[in-house]
Design a protein around this ligand. Structure first.
Ligand SMILES: C[S@@+](CC[C@H](N)C(=O)[O-])C[C@H]1O[C@@H](n2cnc3c(N)ncnc32)[C@H](O)[C@@H]1O
Length: 434
């Protein structure tokens, strides 16, 4: 016996059956996990012409489906489903909007659904009053017939029946399962038309991937369906925290163009200074005592540029981020405490990086970190070291997501006189694919 029987009452049984007996649902029907019957309403007429519709009382445009053939058809399918938990549903633009929650309820509470498809101007109201348990709508628009809506309901309910999909994980976490949209998905190749797969998905750390995906669920729900985001009630502390963080994030600029990286020139100084000012203001808001004095100033960047160590990251010709990657020794890094650097490996040092405010949360920071890796590898170095303030949580998160590990503590001395000189040390060893 099937786990779910669905009878679709329609004037177009062949068409509906052909669609529903394809692919995943078709295979489930073949296995007997679900049973889908498309029943011809016309076979139940009691008039010689097999007429299923007639003119509306009171006049008006079009024809209305008669109650009798519908009722006789319904009686036949109900008789064949005795003892089942049945639900009769009329697909109608006047019904309650159909949602994933409804699909879950129908799969959970019933093992027999009768989906009645209207046509023409609809069906005689007395049939609805007498025989229908609920009306469902596919959306606020009008279709020619209920078949497309019935197929949508049948498909979405059947894929929740145990055994139809290979694992329940296939639908848990999908869009609308718990009120959020799904995270973005990627498959091969790693770079397609200049667009890269987010690096975190290649790191092999399951926990990090899961945490990134959950954050993306919040971000894209906020972006694409603010109505759902507003209604979402976090069920645990972790979700509550993520939800609050994402609420505070500014609107994201979408990366619609390929993102590129080149060496900075003196002409970029104005734009770099503007991004530094934005970063300075943001750090101040976060109460991070970093970049709160004149450092970093034009003179530092000019020197970086002269040494060929400063890079800008561009989106459609616009500078979205910058960073400095140096191969020179960083004396303050020698006195690491509470931990140690990886020994016996030459390293590059990542200094002075920031993302323009409009690109925060867009993925620009992650792209920048990939370019940092690329530049280090181009220099023949697999190890990158950097430091950040203990209160600079966004930077710490970015570093961790980009494959950096906390290594200990540092004191950067008088780089920013009069300000907190304590820093956390981070290091990344780039995995090189063979
Ligand atoms: C042209 S419609 C009839 C619309 C009807 N006269 C009204 O204004 O409410 C014909 C049939 O298509 C189906 N239908 C149309 N829009 C639908 C929707 N948004 N959701 C579900 N079924 C729909 C219903 O079964 C309906 O009986």
């Amino acid at each position: 016996m099937s786990e779910m029987k669905i009878d679709i009452l329609t004037l177009f049984p062949e068409t509906v059956s052909a669609v529903l007996h394809e692919s995943i649902i078709g295979r489930a029907a073949k296995k007997g996990t679900v049973e889908i019957n498309c029943v011809q309403i016309r076979d139940y007429t009691e008039n010689k012409q097999n007429q299923v519709d007639d003119y509306p009382y009171g006049g008006g445009w079009g024809c209305v489906m008669m109650a009798q053939p519908l009722k006789s058809c319904l009686d036949a399918v109900m008789a064949a489903a005795e003892g089942k938990r049945s639900r009769v549903i009329y697909l109608s633009p006047q019904g309650r909007p159909y949602t994933q929650e409804t699909a879950r309820r129908l799969q959970r509470d019933y093992d027999h659904l009768v989906l009645v498809c209207g046509h023409y101007e609809g069906v005689d109201e007395r049939f609805i009053e007498q025989c229908v348990d609920e009306e469902l709508s596919l959306g606020d628009f009008v279709l020619t017939g209920g078949e497309i809506a019935a197929m949508a309901v049948a498909d979405s309910v059947c894929r929740l029946v145990p055994g139809v999909l290979s694992d329940e994980q296939c639908y848990i976490g999908e869009s609308h399962w718990d009120g959020l949209l799904e995270y973005p998905q990627y498959t091969r190749p790693e770079v397609w038309e200049g667009r890269e797969v987010p690096e975190i998905l290649l790191c092999g750390d399951h926990e990090k991937v899961e945490s990134w995906r959950r954050r993306e669920q919040f971000r894209r729900t906020k972006e694409k369906r603010p109505d759902l985001f507003e209604r979402f009630v976090p069920a645990n502390e972790e979700d509550r925290k993520l939800c609050d963080e994402v609420k505070k994030e500014k609107e994201r600029a979408a990366l619609t163009e390929p993102v590129t990286c080149r060496r900075a020139t003196a002409e970029d100084l104005g734009e770099i200074a503007r991004i530094v000012d934005e970063a300075r203001a943001s750090l101040k808001k976060l109460r991070v005592d970093q970049w709160q004095g004149p450092y970093p100033a034009a003179e530092h960047f000019l020197l970086d540029i002269e040494r060929g160590e400063c890079f800008v990251v561009l989106h459609g010709g616009e500078i979205g981020a910058f960073f400095t990657l140096s191969v020179r020794e960083e004396p303050s890094y020698d006195a690491i405490t509470d931990g140690k650097w990886t020994e016996g490996i030459a390293s590059a040092v990542l200094h002075r990086g920031a993302v323009a405010a409009k690109y925060r949360g867009s993925g620009m920071a992650q792209k920048m970190m990939r370019f940092v890796d690329e530049r280090a590898l181009a220099l023949g170095l697999r190890c990158i070291r950097t430091d950040t303030h203990k209160k600079n949580k966004p930077m710490q998160r970015l570093l961790r997501e980009s494959g950096y590990r906390y290594r200990g503590n540092l004191d950067i001395g008088d780089v920013e006189p009069g300000h907190d000189s304590a820093r956390q040390a981070y290091e990344k060893i780039i995995k090189v694919k063979r």
